[in-house]
Design a protein around this ligand. Sequence first.
Ligand SMILES: [Zn+2]
Length: 157
Amino acid sequence: MSALAYRSSSDNGLSFDLLVDGVALGEVLGDGNEGIPYWIVEDDLPHWPPHGTPRDPEYRIVTVCSCGEYGCGHTRCRVIKTADTVALRDFAGDVGADGAARVFTFSRSGYEQVVSEIVAEARHQKETNGEQSAPPNGGPATPVENSRLTEGPPSVS
Ligand SMILES: [Zn+2]
């Protein structure tokens, strides 16, 4: 059994490298890719594709091109869970034949711990971004409360 951990970096704002026995997964697989950018992380390792209907619910993106665009380059794999273990297998995308044949098995508790920490960091980053940018749904240019104030108090019937 291998040990799963992760390392966050400031690449593309915030990225997460999965570490297998202390080595970045991109290096282990030799796929030329780097960490997972935070914006495709929602409640688990990102689906493939990250948004919209997944083709295969077991597939997760595990490495992404250094530019942060999974469409530019990524490796995905199946995440197979049992009660006690999690296996990453069936690697596809930018891996060669050697990488595609790899199987990594982790303890289920270790895997869940890593994923929950990544999800928490990604959420925090999104919340931080949200405070600094425009309203997400492009609300009215003038807040409703203000326009009401300029017209006097609302009539009470
Ligand atoms: Zn790229």
